[in-house]
Design a protein around this ligand. Structure first.
Ligand code: HEM
Length: 287
């Protein structure tokens, strides 16, 4: 059976409809849903861990005596006695009462980084957050390794994820198609999909895994070079957090694109593998 890589396996198309092709291999589908589920738990438990010390630094040190904080969520009392939540980015503070720094009911507020609805567990419990985070981290790493190995062997990585020069030349046309919500359903990823997926799979996933390992004291003993590469544990923690923000942004755009491109057909393809193409232009690459 063939896939998005080499579109051959097709059923006959009914009049006015495109053919149904086998678009996603089982390894792509299984790893996709493994990391989607794992990332959900990793996000919520990660925010729980962040809340134990809701501040990020660049460099090797952290603490009051150092001036290397780049991001913080905290509550502070104003001169008139009112307490508010604040988020500070590179020294500039923004009032974020109700969401970051201070949240919950007005008569019984919580002074915490991320609000209760964004963390797992909802109450402050670093130990449970760490257990959940490390449990799903290994599923995530395993799914990524399986995806990488199978995509390398099947050619999916080279053909469908890494953009070719011809793909790059098609970027302006693909942007104009997307701006006009013109989606082509012809079996292949368009170049913007390739760039987004390559960014996630080949840059953000490896980076979030390596910075996670850099924060582990056990790994510091066996792979001390990780600390050198990322400039210390505090910088690694900041990069880990930024990767999380990038993944959340990717997720929002990813879902909007799935909805815009035709959610039933898209979802069917990533669940069962089968995808209905546009009538006629079945074999063209989309741009
Ligand atoms: C954080 C969670 C998610 C991440 C990181 C993610 C990432 C990705 C990646 C990298 C691919 C390409 C895989 C490949 O070709 O090897 C992909 C495909 C796809 N994803 Fe997700 N995904 C996530 C969640 C979801 C969810 C919740 C949905 C559905 C509501 C979804 C729907 C799809 C569909 C339909 C495709 C195939 C697109 C196509 O064939 O044109 N994804 N996703």
């Amino acid at each position: 059976m063939t896939t998005i890589d080499d579109i051959e396996s097709r059923t006959d198309s009914p009049p006015g409809k495109g053919r149904v092709i086998y678009r996603h291999r089982v390894a792509t589908r299984l790893t996709h849903w493994t990391w989607a589920i794992a990332l959900f738990f990793l996000l919520l438990s990660g925010l729980q861990i962040f809340n134990a010390h809701p501040e990020l630094y660049i460099g090797k040190q952290s603490g009051f005596e150092f001036d290397n904080s780049v991001f913080a969520m905290h509550a502070a009392r104003a001169d008139d006695g009112t307490v508010d939540g604040y988020t500070t980015v590179f020294g500039r503070s923004f009032k974020t009462t109700g969401v970051f720094g201070m949240s919950g009911p007005a008569d019984n507020p919580s002074y915490r980084g991320f609000p209760a609805w964004a963390t797992l567990p909802s109450y402050q419990d670093l130990a449970t957050g760490r257990v959940v985070h490390f449990f799903f981290a290994w599923f995530f790493v395993a799914a990524f390794l399986v995806w990488f190995a199978s995509s390398l062997i099947s050619g999916h990585l080279k053909r469908d994820i890494v953009p070719s020069l011809a793909d790059i030349r098609a970027v302006p046309r693909s942007i104009s198609d997307h701006l006009r919500f013109r989606f082509h359903h012809n079996g292949r990823y368009n170049v913007l999909q390739k760039l987004a997926y390559a960014g996630v799979l080949l840059l953000i996933f490896p980076l979030i895994i390596l910075t996670g390992l850099t924060m582990s004291p056990g790994m510091n003993a066996s792979w001390p070079w990780l600390l050198d590469i990322f400039g210390g544990r505090q910088t690694a923690r900041t990069i880990h957090f930024l990767c999380m923000v990038a993944l959340v942004a990717f997720f929002v755009i990813h879902i909007v694109m799935v909805l815009a491109a035709g959610p039933l057909n898209e979802l069917r393809s990533i669940i069962t593998g089968w995808y209905r193409t546009d009538p006629e232009k079945n074999e063209e690459h989309s741009a």
